[in-house]
Design a protein around this ligand. Structure first.
Ligand code: ADP
Ligand code: MG
Length: 654
């Protein structure tokens, strides 16, 4: 016999572990198959024909012995190298067709070419050509369930030929068919052999086997006979006229990777659409998680923006100096060194825009038959400039009035409302404890986080306060407004140096609006992190849901994975398909989550205007990135387990 030896098995054994015991199914098979042969392997059920066929087709590996394909030993090949052989060299025809149910005939035929990296146009063209040559031109767009058994088997023959099908392996190809369709399939196989395809056929039916020139009888895992029927024309050594050269340069190009990615993407979308309800429920976890995260972040940002806006609405950058070593110092009441002279010294400093003394006391305010508790501030005329308070009616007191101990007062909006509702308060007298003062002005309403809106505030010269109200000769604080353009830390340092040298030691402490702003921001930050952590947990729970469903999906589609592997899908192809699906579910969930949180934000703002939500592009980008990461992270395990399935076991699964 001339003709290149394509396949060579020597001493091939295969044993299975069955019930803890090793059972050998093939007991040393020696076989050579040449280019152009048509060979039937015949034997009773259970004799090991399929096992042998799977080894020949590189779907399975021998436990012992060697198997070479065109001189290449398959023993040490990696899974993807075996996949390449299946893809480019072999074409499988199975007893049960093994078509993918959700793909049309043409799409089924194209699957091996997708993995081989053939361009879409060429794939389409060849698929239609092959189906037409097999008499299925009218059925190109039908899905398998719309085709008869014989038609499905012809589709699977077309698929086997897609990448060239130099060696066609048919395991009981007529087993599920009626006699007529069976004969038709055998006629096609004989014709393919005449065109130079090498055909290996497995059957338990001697009549079918008789179509082949060479018949190998196998029984109990051993070759019993190897006979040649001289009546049948030999095509051994003839060149395959139907040879398809895979364009390897294209197959390794970026375009081909993109093509394969696109296929995997389409597959993923189809799987999602096919399981709409399940996809939606899985997504729900991600939707809720993303919605929680985005809303929480928006809420926290809104709150922080609002507080910071409140603080900066004071408009000024201030430093307050208190006696004692720190806030709440028990000795601070006894520290009496903060005096009006300190105030004068500070007023001369370049970093000081304006400064005011402050003597604070809780007082009883009386007017007519009304009396309320309030806070009296003894201050300098500059206090209003320091805090940026403006007068609503009347006027503010002057430095001269401070110097003269004038018993005048500027009251806040609340005080006016409480005592003088609709009357004009200007020029009226109010009793602060027992001291009468004349009201000269009313302040504009102040919206500040540091003022309680239900408190009454009365401002009068600190000189009056010290001498008539508190009988003190020291101040309870000094507040300065920093000159614009001076940095707070620099001003703080000079101020501390100045007062320390005046007092001989540091018996005071300072607090600046800057530090308050920072501590509020950091408090909000902590709070945000805390709720974000809770929101992230809900995202993780969503991710676990995705993983769970992906595992189910892999299990459900095991047979599909087996088919794809049999026609030459790489492990990475399978992995990509499932990963893309997981990422898509998460990304879509992420988008919906972001949209819903926007909607919820609008609703909240509509019904509760006092709550501010601030959505930022960052948080949305982060949400979408997070959801894809969740997809990759939680989809990885199921995708990997799919890609590592054993093709034979996967195919056997129903
Ligand atoms: P045939 O195709 O000739 O009917 P097979 O090759 O399918 O036979 O099976 C040959 C023998 O190997 C059978 O006895 C079968 O039970 C056994 N066998 C096949 N696959 C497995 C497996 N995965 N695990 C254990 N035993 C198996
Ligand atoms: Mg079998």
């Amino acid at each position: 016999m001339e003709g290149e030896v394509l396949l060579k098995l020597s001493g091939v054994r295969r044993s299975y572990l069955s019930g803890g015991e090793e059972v050998e199914v093939l007991h040393g098979i020696d076989l050579e198959v040449r280019q152009g042969e048509m060979l039937a392997i015949v034997g009773p059920s259970g004799s090991g024909k399929s096992t042998l066929m799977n080894i020949i087709g590189c779907l399975d590996t021998p436990t012992d012995g060697s198997y070479t394909v065109r001189g290449q030993d398959t023993l040490n090949m990696l899974p993807d190298e075996l996949a390449a052989l299946r893809r480019d060299f072999f074409g499988f025809i199975f007893q049960r067709y093994h078509l993918l149910g959700h793909l049309s005939a043409a799409e089924n035929v194209q699957v091996p070419a997708v993995y081989a990296g053939v361009r879409k146009v060429k794939r389409d063209e060849r698929a239609v050509e092959l189906l037409t040559s097999l008499g299925l031109e009218e059925r190109v767009a039908y899905v398998p369930s719309q085709l008869s058994g014989g038609q499905q088997q012809r589709v699977s023959i077309a698929r086997a030929l897609m990448n060239g099908g130099q060696i066609i392996l048919a395991d009981e190809p007529t087993g599920a068919l009626d006699q007529k369709s069976g004969q038709e399939v055998m006629r096609i196989l004989s014709e393919l052999n005449a065109k130079g395809h090498t055909i290996i056929l497995v059957t338990h039916d001697r009549k079918i086997a008789a179509c082949a020139r060479r018949v190998i009888a196998i029984e109990d895992g051993r070759i019993q006979s190897d006979t040649v029927n001289e009546n049948i024309v030999s095509h051994v050594g003839e060149k395959n006229q139907d040879h398809v050269a895979i364009n390897n340069r294209w197959a390794r190009s970026v375009g081909s990777y993109y093509d394969r990615f696109k296929e995997a993407f389409v597959m993923a979308v189809r799987a999602m659409v096919a399981n709409r309800m399940r996809t939606l429920l899985t997504m729900l976890g991600i939707i809720i998680g993303i919605m929680a995260v985005v809303s929480v972040v928006a809420l926290a940002r809104g709150a922080s923006e609002q507080v910071l806006a409140n603080i900066s609405s004071l408009g000024t950058n201030t430093i307050t100096i208190y006696p004692g070593e720190r806030m709440g110092d028990v000795r601070s009441g006894r520290v009496r060194t903060l005096t009006p002279r300190d105030l004068n010294a500070l007023q001369g400093q370049p970093f000081v825009d304006s400064a005011s003394a402050s003597v604070q006391s809780t007082v009883l305010l009386r007017q007519g038959n009304l009396e309320y508790n309030g806070t009296a501030y003894g201050v300098s005329a500059d206090i209003f400039r320091v805090y940026g308070y403006t007068v609503h009616e009347g006027r503010l007191f002057t430095d001269d009035e401070v110097r003269r101990n004038a018993q005048v007062a500027v009251i806040d909006h609340n005080t006016k409302e409480n005592f003088f509702k609709d009357d004009d308060p200007l020029g009226r007298t109010i009793l602060v404890n027992a001291m009468p003062v004349q009201i000269i002005g009313v302040l504009d309403e102040i919206d500040s986080p540091f003022m309680r809106s239900d408190q009454l505030y009365v401002y009068m010269p600190y000189t009056v306060s010290m001498s008539r109200l508190n009988h003190l000769n020291y101040l309870s604080s000094i507040v300065i407004r920093i000159q614009d353009g001076f940095s707070t830390p620099v001003a703080e340092r000079s101020l501390v140096n100045l007062l320390t040298s005046r007092h001989g030691r540091q018996d005071f402490f300072i607090q600046s609006s800057d530090t308050i702003m920072k501590s509020i921001s950091s408090a909000i930050m902590t709070f945000t992190l805390l709720i974000s952590a809770i929101a992230v947990i809900s995202l993780i729970v969503g991710g676990i849901g995705v993983m769970n469903i992906m595992l189910v999906s892999v299990t459900e589609r095991t047979r599909e994975i087996g088919i794809r592997m049999a026609v030459g899908a790489r492990q990475t192809d399978i992995m990509a398909q499932f990963l893309i699906e997981a990422v898509m579910v998460c990304l879509l969930g992420g988008f919906v989550g972001v949209l819903l949180s926007f909607g919820a934000g609008q609703a909240v703002q509509y019904f509760v205007p006092s709550i501010t939500l601030s959505f930022s592009l960052d948080s949305i980008i982060a949400a979408v990135a997070t959801s894809s990461l969740i997809g990759i992270g939680f989809g990885f395990m199921p995708a990997r387990s799919a890609s590592r399935l054993n093709p034979i076991e996967a195919l056997a699964r129903e």
